[in-house]
Design a protein around this ligand. Structure first.
Ligand code: HEC
Length: 148
């Protein structure tokens, strides 16, 4: 196949794989302006934390990965995130997903420390599984709620 033909096929396949422009199904959660800013700032740190966890895992540093997860996403992050101020503005379902995210991150911190002791691929699968338990909540909340 020529380069152009390959490119065309690739583009068609990418278009087929992309989700259709979805109609808005997320619930709008009205937050005071300052709280919106605060929440989005927290969110940007969530991505940075995931990135730092992956960096630590790539370096084989389970302890660092555990520390980042616990401090920046886990139960220990609640105060820094001002969770107590924000929770009352959230619908019950949203709050529950948020709580689950913090719990799964704390659980990940335990799994990753223990997995270092596990032999071979099983330890890695446990770590990836526990990491996905965290990101499930990012996806679930983003699918269900918006603030603007
Ligand atoms: C309890 C709900 C909830 C959870 C859990 C959650 N988010 Fe969010 N996130 C939101 C909402 C709501 C928005 C704003 C969406 C909108 O209105 O545009 C958002 C926005 C974001 C943004 C955009 C920030 C900006 O400045 O525009 C990023 C990045 C993000 N989230 C990352 C994450 C990551 C990574 C995780 C998981 C580790 C996560 N979020 C977990 C609710 C959540």
């Amino acid at each position: 196949m020529t380069y152009r033909a390959t490119l065309a096929v690739g583009l068609i396949m990418a278009a087929a794989a992309a989700p259709a422009p979805a109609e808005e199904t997320r619930q709008l959660v009205k937050l005071p302006e300052m709280m919106q800013e605060h929440m989005l700032g927290n969110m940007r740190d969530h991505v940075k934390a995931l990135n730092a966890i992956l960096e630590a895992l790539a370096a084989g540093d389970a302890d660092k990965a555990a520390q980042v997860a616990e401090k920046r996403l886990g139960m220990s992050s609640l105060e820094a995130h001002g969770a107590a101020h924000m929770a009352p503005f959230m619908p019950e379902g949203m709050r529950a997903i948020g709580t689950r995210m913090h719990k799964t991150a704390s659980r990940f911190a335990i799994v990753v420390r223990n997995a270092e002791l596990a032999r071979g691929g099983e330890g890695a699968r446990q770590v990836f599984g526990a990491l996905k338990e965290i990101t499930d909540n990012c996806v679930a909340c983003h699918d269900a709620y918006r603030i603007r």
